[in-house]
Design a protein around this ligand. Sequence first.
Ligand code: AMP
Length: 445
Amino acid sequence: MQNNTAPLESNGFDALNLINPLCRAVNDEEYTSPTPIQMQAVPYLLEGRDLLGCAQTGTGKTAAFALPILQRLKENHQPAVKKRVRSLILTPTRELAVQISESFAIYGRYLNLKQTVIFGGVRPEKQIKALRHGVDILIATPGRLLDLYNQKCLKLDKVEVFVLDEADRMLDMGFLPDVKKIRSYITHHTQTMLFSATMPVEIRHLTKSFLKDPVKIEVSPPSSTVDKIDQRVLFVDRENKSALLLSMLEDSSIERVLVFARTKHGANRIVRNLNKSKIKADAIHGNKSQSARLDALNKFKTGKVRVLVATDIASRGIDVDDITHVINYELPNEPESYVHRIGRTARAGAAGIALSLCDLGELGYLRKIERVINKSVIMEEDHLYHSNSVASKRGRSMHSKTKSPQRKRFYGSRTSAGKNKRAVSKRKNASHGRPRRGSSRRSRI
Ligand code: AMP
């Protein structure tokens, strides 16, 4: 890690009183101003307060906790002690753990702090070795952390800062007993932060036992939908979903798309169908090995595959910029999952497009989603597989989209793009592209 003390140009981060090496790192990332959660959380965290953060995905919450942690660890520099962990970040999935670790490496690049990441599904030897001489920052998933703790590979009695990230997902995945056990190994003087997008009753109880007089920060109400995302629903008969997806993907403005399936087998089936039609796609779900999941994610990040098909749990760690579209091949039965899913296309203030395929059996899910997001999702009927019978069961009055030539869009052809001139010419006229962060280009769908 480098140490660079040259003066900095001032930017919106000045108000946060961060030390120079952190300001430099943030500058390198071209962050011009803190996101709302960073603005609100960082000053309290620098004072050492506990924090309860209710924040949507993509709000910049990683930097909101990483920057003050790095500052605290640097300012109270401690010589290395065998197996000691100074700060612990607990997160539900391996992908998220890797991503948080990458963020710490970026923000801490001008500090000389030691960090490592541990998760299951890989051999533990390297992880044990990395812990041997102690670390300043440990990012971990609960199962592997407990395994290595029980094998006495690390000590938690000197943890100064503890972060529980995505607490609601920990609950969904059945990790709460492990999390409580881990908390009991940490001293109660530790500064503790708990982040959760939603606040089910179990998490509210957890906050009471984990946090002392916490600052409560709610960046936007739990489960409120990300406003910048253009959301549409396409009514379709179940047997036509696969053909509809293929025709949608003929639209080249759908550049990098995350497709959600309800089950692992369903995700595999979608990938097989897309590959048969020469569309580069890969799946990410719990049945895949750790290395296969990271491999799929990397291919998606680098643009080697255009379509990543995910299940809800696997999607939690996906922080990929410039996902132009999220397609819900199947609607989730929990409305909160819908919010998490579509949030993948609106990272840190970027706009995005979310398209949901809804068949007759899913109308109930759509109604629940609309109740939670407190608005109705606009119907997109200008596609080849529109099902009038499904649409009519939804009720027409408030939901139906008024067609205007400017807003009209069309998804692909039943056979091939070449045979369907209408599709091609309409696509040429429509601007479906999503603006990149900081750009003024605005999508029209
Ligand atoms: P997170 O919610 O922590 O997963 O962050 C989502 C994305 O926002 C990541 O790609 C970060 O690099 C990016 N990000 C975080 N803070 C800022 C900021 N202040 N300005 C612009 N982008 C940011």
